[in-house]
Design a binder for this molecule. Structure first.
Ligand SMILES: C[S@@+](CC[C@H](N)C(=O)[O-])C[C@H]1O[C@@H](n2cnc3c(N)ncnc32)[C@H](O)[C@@H]1O
Ligand SMILES: [Zn+2]
Ligand SMILES: [Zn+2]
Length: 331
């Protein structure tokens, strides 16, 4: 499997990554103590005592963010009165709930920021732990169909990363091209996954539609939960492409035997649904690129239809379109 962004080996089978996840960002016995820098203090007041570990070579997150802020000041896009928070949002390559601040190895942190420049991004890539630099454009994708779509700009490096999804039915690793897919924090407690779990604990669902599926998290949890047919649909092509990548990466965990690509997508923002993917095995997984409001002209109804919109978006029309499904749940 090749990384779709950089064509290197960023994309690994989920089972392989999950087997080593506990020690991924752990300090070694010789790592210096955690710097615990004040994230709101001006750069000029921060102590310069943090170092990479002489034994394992890893860096505390605070040190990487401090070096990133230094670079931004040198490039004239920040000043020494600004704090570590002004660097942007740090996203580890493999995200999971951590009880400690991460110790970073090479190319393991993606920074999503604003007011960045191409020059600053290339300089940031000189910091060994930084994997990619994204200029944010707000929430990427289709937030409101009447206003079109938008995406962040990958200024340097690679934007592929993944989040661990833990559920009562098993774990998955959901990869995201983060310049084009919204940030979904794998918070302790993962409330959306808990909703899906409680639905299945309340009664089995044979056929599920995940109508606003993004990179596929909730629908794929339903496949793990024992659904026999799962329809994943999204209007945003990068989301659907990420679903296809996640079927491949989680193939063994999902009991997939074969993956086909029956039809090719025709536009970045979908209209009438196109069947871009079909996985068979323990569960039949259909992947559509299209507007949920038109999905049921092509895909049959389901026992359960999940709609997980961006906060504040109007789902009334989508709900009406799903009225042939037995149960509709807005996440
Ligand atoms: C909050 S995200 C879904 C997150 C996803 N459940 C996850 O766990 O990562 C909302 C998704 O709805 C999609 N969307 C918005 N309007 C849509 C529509 N009319 N039809 C299908 N998908 C739509 C967006 O492209 C976006 O991927
Ligand atoms: Zn890559
Ligand atoms: Zn160490």
């Amino acid at each position: 499997m090749k990384c779709p962004t950089c064509e290197k080996d960023c994309l690994q089978p989920a089972a392989q990554v999950l087997s080593g996840i506990d020690s991924l960002y752990m300090a070694c016995p010789r790592c210096p103590p955690e710097p615990n820098l004040d994230k709101g203090a001006p750069l000029r007041e921060l102590p310069r005592t943090a170092n990479r570990c002489p034994s394992c070579g890893r860096a505390p997150l605070d040190l990487v963010m401090l070096e990133a802020l230094d670079v931004m000041v040198e490039c004239g896009i920040r000043d020494a009165g600004e704090s570590l928070r002004s660097v942007g949002t740090p996203l580890v390559e493999i995200g999971f709930p951590m009880a400690y601040p991460p110790r970073l190895g090479g190319r393991s942190l993606i920074i999503v920021g604003d007011r960045l420049t191409g020059e600053a991004a290339s300089r940031l890539m000189e910091i060994p732990e930084i994997k990619g630099v994204i200029q944010s454009a707000g929430i990427p994708g289709v937030v409101d169909r009447s206003r079109g779509s938008r995406e962040g700009e990958l200024l340097a490096g690679c934007d592929l990363r993944a989040d661990l999804v833990q559920s009562a039915f098993g774990d998955l690793l959901i990869y995201k091209s983060q310049a084009r897919i919204h940030i979904e924090f794998s918070r302790q407690g993962a409330p959306k996954v808990r909703i899906v779990e409680s639905l299945f604990f309340g009664g089995a669902f044979k056929e599920v539609v995940d109508g606003y599926c993004g990179p596929g998290t909730l629908g794929l949890v339903c496949a793990l939960a024992g659904a026999k047919r799962v329809v994943l649909n999204d209007i945003w092509l990068p989301a659907v492409e990420n679903v296809m990548m996640n079927l491949e990466a989680n193939r063994d965990l999902l009991g997939i035997q074969e993956i086909q690509r029956p039809e090719a997508a025709v536009s970045l923002v979908g209209g009438s649904p196109v069947l871009v993917g079909l996985a068979t095995g323990d569960c039949r997984i259909e992947v559509y690129h299209g507007d949920l409001r038109k999905l049921f002209h092509r895909a049959g109804p389901a026992d359960l239809c999940l709609i997980d919109p961006f906060p504040g978006s109007d789902t009334r029309e989508a709900e009406r379109a799903c009225s042939s499904c037995r149960k509709i749940v807005i996440i």
